[in-house]
Design a binder for this molecule. Structure first.
Ligand SMILES: Nc1ncnc2c1ncn2[C@@H]1O[C@H](COP(=O)(O)OP(=O)(O)OP(=O)(O)O)[C@@H](O)[C@H]1O
Length: 227
């Protein structure tokens, strides 16, 4: 079943047509790598799905809901490459804020916070403020904040960059768990090694359009081109 449907999406960034009639359909439980050269439109796509940039033309639907509805917003999570943390909140308070904004606060989710902070080795940082954290730790906080939310669509911009090798392996396992729960993941990456056994399909963007798609058997070719 298609969970995300994008039709003829056209988006301007300043004077640039950053997305120019993009079409994409993603199924439940699918892990899709969105690839393309710098400036191809990958971040613009994520930000448009999240409603951070207005679209000029076309449509986006998640689970049949359109962008302006609360039902749509509750069904998609975005983990940006650059962490966006609030200086006045502790690590734990960030997680609580995320859970509250998605109306997913529960004891089970608090257990999930403890599980993920252990797996990413920041369990001892829960009472720290962002200023006290290293760059990689901040990134882990942003990552965990997004991962504790159960939403049918998860968007992640360069998830592996800046993570130590153990954290990269944990993230790969978590993506498999998300997939098993039928959640769809769309991510940008150049680290295809981490996607062995996880990625179902790649979608190549060029000048704001999908120019090529392929399945996991093309992984070797992608590694050669992008590594
Ligand atoms: N704030 C902005 N103002 C004007 N043009 C922008 C802005 N942000 C992006 N663009 C332009 O929109 C196009 C798409 O950029 P986008 O950031 O979506 O690419 P990307 O595929 O994410 O690239 P990268 O791999 O470098 O992150 C590029 O031509 C870029 O120059």
């Amino acid at each position: 079943m298609a969970i995300l449907t994008v039709e003829d999406l056209t988006v301007k960034q300043g004077e640039t047509l950053a997305l120019n009639g993009m079409n994409l359909s993603v199924e439940t439980g699918e892990v899709v790598a969105l690839i393309g050269h710098n400036g191809a439109g990958k971040s613009t796509f994520f930000k448009t799905v999240m409603g951070m940039i207005d679209l000029r033309d076309g449509s986006i639907e998640i689970d049949g809901f359109t962008k302006d509805s609360l039902a749509y917003k509750q069904r998609v999570v975005y983990i940006p490459e650059q962490p966006f943390l609030l200086p006045e909140l502790t690590v734990f308070q960030h997680f609580q804020l995320y859970l509250e904004s998605y109306q997913q606060h529960s004891d089970e989710k608090v257990n999930k916070i403890h599980e993920l902070t252990r797996r990413f080795e920041i369990a001892d940082q829960l009472d720290q403020f962002p200023l006290q954290l290293s760059k990689g730790m901040k990134q882990k906080v942003q990552l965990i904040a997004g991962l504790i939310i159960d939403a049918p669509v998860l968007l992640i911009d360069e998830p592996f960059v800046g993570l130590d090798i153990y954290a990269q392996q944990e993230l790969t396992s978590i993506l498999i768990e998300k997939k098993q729960k039928d959640q769809a993941v769309i991510l940008t990456t150049h680290q295809f090694d981490q996607l062995e056994g996880v990625m179902d399909r790649y979608v190549m963007l060029h000048q704001g359009k999908v120019i090529k798609e392929g399945d996991r058997t093309d992984l070797g070719e992608l590694k050669r081109r992008f590594d």
